[in-house]
Design a protein around this ligand. Structure first.
Ligand code: XIL
Length: 318
């Protein structure tokens, strides 16, 4: 069913992400993850990032990523592959290097060629470039890549990925581009730049690490998605969580249900929105509490992997 109807599959079934090797020892977690009526697709949470996949120059380590990919395959789930070029979880030997332009392009292309080549045919999509826009949205984000190569590193990365796996959908992925903002404008510009270079780009991933009560209406979200689809791209919510203050209040939970429902409706109503991925599915495995002090309860399942009210809000909104 899934292999033959990929569009419907990713559209109708909500998904799970942020899966990491350590979590696979949580038996109830894995058991629930295999429920394909909830989870049609898995994103590799950390194992494919540069520091994990190429820990030393030219030395590639795929065991962690392979384990997640095999789990998904054995369960007829699609895999979103994440991520090739990012300023975080980037080995210091690259991040702090003094490589000249030509050398860094070679290092970048070699990384992409190897990692994408290893997973060729196994990734529904690749997040080729992650978070390349500054927080204020006014410029590209300073990084070793931008500062050494200039913005051309972005289309260079897309070209290398397309060569290594012509069938994978190639995405630009970022946060704070879910609503009208300078950063969203810049993301539109980025996509056009990649297209102008003649490189293949298929989609925009909207991470959607959101705050309860600050999620726009479904129609506003949809208009925003359509800014990208009007460029001929597909879109997906790739790392959704809606965090609220903990301990939770009934009012915040009610608001969170509306927020999740608006996200789901916006995707459902946008022809080329292909799916929604939550950044892990149960609160005990969420990255939120460790990063956003005072916040939590951001996901549709609780720490015992029991569906919460937002789970039902998501289902009702589809
Ligand atoms: C996070 C992971 O969930 C954490 O385990 C890790 O320590 C840091 O990265 N944007 C992204 C993801 O694209 O890769 C990040 O994932 C969350 C923000």
């Amino acid at each position: 069913r899934f292999a033959h109807e990929p569009e419907q599959f990713v559209k109708l079934i909500h998904e799970v992400a942020g899966v990491e090797r350590e979590k696979l020892s949580d038996v109830p977690y894995v058991a629930q993850l295999k429920n394909t009526s909830d989870f049609g697709q898995i994103t590799v949470g950390n194992a494919q990032k540069w520091d994990s996949s190429e820990p030393a120059q030219g030395y590639f380590s795929y065991a962690g990523g392979d384990e997640i990919v095999q789990l998904a395959q054995s369960n007829q789930q699609l895999v979103r592959c994440h991520t090739l070029v990012w300023h975080n979880q980037l080995p210091a030997r690259v991040r702090d290097s003094n490589f000249d332009n030509a050398t860094l392009i070679r290092v970048l292309e070699s990384h992409i060629r190897n990692v994408v080549g290893h997973y060729k045919g196994q990734c529904y999509s690749w997040d080729v470039v992650n978070e390349a826009i500054s927080d204020d949205g006014l410029s590209y984000r300073s990084s070793i890549f931008l500062d050494t190569i200039g913005p051309a590193y972005i289309p260079i990365a897309f070209k290398a990925a397309a060569e290594a796996d012509p069938d994978a959908k190639l995405y630009y992925n970022d946060f704070n581009i879910e609503f009208a903002s300078a950063k969203t404008d810049k993301a539109v510009e980025l996509a056009k730049m990649v297209q102008d270079y003649g490189a293949k780009i298929d989609g925009i991933g909207l991470q959607a690490h959101l705050i309860g009560g600050f999620v726009p209406s479904a129609s506003a979200l949809q208009s925003n998605l359509e800014r990208f689809t009007s460029l001929g791209l597909e879109v997906a919510y790739t790392e959704l969580d809606v965090r609220i203050p903990v301990p939770v209040s009934a009012a915040d939970v009610a608001q969170q249900e509306l927020d999740y429902a608006n996200i789901v409706a916006s995707c459902k109503n946008t022809a080329r929105c292909v799916g929604i991925t939550v950044w892990d599915y149960s609160d005990d495995h969420s990255w939120v509490p460790a990063i956003f002090t005072g916040y939590g309860s951001a996901l549709p399942f609780d720490a015992d992997k029991k569906p919460k009210s937002v789970y039902w809000a998501i289902l009702n909104a589809w």
